[in-house]
Design a protein around this ligand. Structure first.
Ligand code: S3P
Length: 175
C-alpha cells in the first residue's frame, strides 16, 4: 500500500511533483487545498476572509484526517498543514512523509511564476517576498524537518527537473 504525503513551504512544488509522482506510481493524487475547497465550496482566500486563519486551520485538520486515511495515494498538503495541531505527528503515524526543501530564493521564484492565490502572501511585492519567505521558514523549518524524508529541490522550471525529483523520491522511499 502506498501512502505518501508531500510537505513543504508554499511554492516548493508539492502539487507539481505530487501529480507526477502519483501518475508514475499509478495511484491517486490529492491536493489538500483542493479537497477543502471542493468540500466547502469556497476558495482558500474566501475561507480566510470569512473564518480567519484559525477557521481555515480547523477545516484543514478535519480534511487531513479524511484524506490521509485513503490508501494508494499521494497527498500534497498546504504549506501550513504540518505547523498546526499535531498534524505532523499524525501524518508521520500513517504515511511516508517527504519534505520538499527549497531555498527562499527558489521558493520566491516559484511563487512569482505560479498563478495560485495565497492569502498569506497577499500584497507582498516581489522584493519583499523572498525576505518574508526566509523569515517564515525559520519557524516552519522545525515542523517540516520532522518529515521522515527530505528532498532538496532546486528550480523546477521544466518537465525533466520535475521527473528528476520524482525519481529521487522513488529512490528514497524504494517505491
Ligand atoms: C498556506 C499554504 C497554501 C494554503 C494556504 C496557507 C500556508 O497551500 O494552504 O494559503 O500557510 O503556507 P500551498 O502550500 O499549496 O500554497
Amino acid at each position: 500500500m502506498i501512502r505518501i504525503i508531500l510537505i513543504g513551504y508554499m511554492g516548493a512544488g508539492k502539487t507539481t511533483v505530487g501529480k507526477a509522482l502519483a501518475a508514475e506510481l499509478g495511484v491517486t493524487f490529492y491536493d489538500l487545498d483542493w479537497f477543502i475547497t471542493t468540500r466547502y465550496r469556497r476558495s482558500v482566500p474566501e475561507i480566510f476572509a470569512e473564518s480567519g486563519e484559525e477557521g481555515f486551520r480547523e477545516l484543514e485538520r478535519r480534511m487531513l484526517h479524511e484524506v490521509a486515511e485513503f490508501e494508494d495515494i499521494v497527498l500534497s498538503c498546504g504549506g501550513g498543514t504540518p505547523c498546526f495541531f499535531d498534524n505532523m505527528e499524525y501524518m508521520n503515524s500513517l504515511a511516508d512523509t517527504v519534505y520538499l526543501k527549497a531555498s527562499p530564493e527558489v521558493l520566491a521564484m516559484h511563487l512569482r511564476m505560479g498563478k495560485g492565490k495565497r492569502p498569506l502572501l497577499e500584497g507582498k511585492s516581489p522584493e519583499d517576498l523572498e525576505n518574508y519567505v526566509a523569515e517564515m521558514l525559520v519557524t516552519r523549518e522545525s515542523f517540516y524537518s520532522k518529515a521522515k524524508y527530505t528532498l532538496d529541490v532546486s528550480l523546477l522550471d521544466n518537465f525533466a527537473k520535475i521527473q528528476e525529483s520524482v525519481q529521487l523520491i522513488r529512490e528514497l522511499l524504494k517505491v
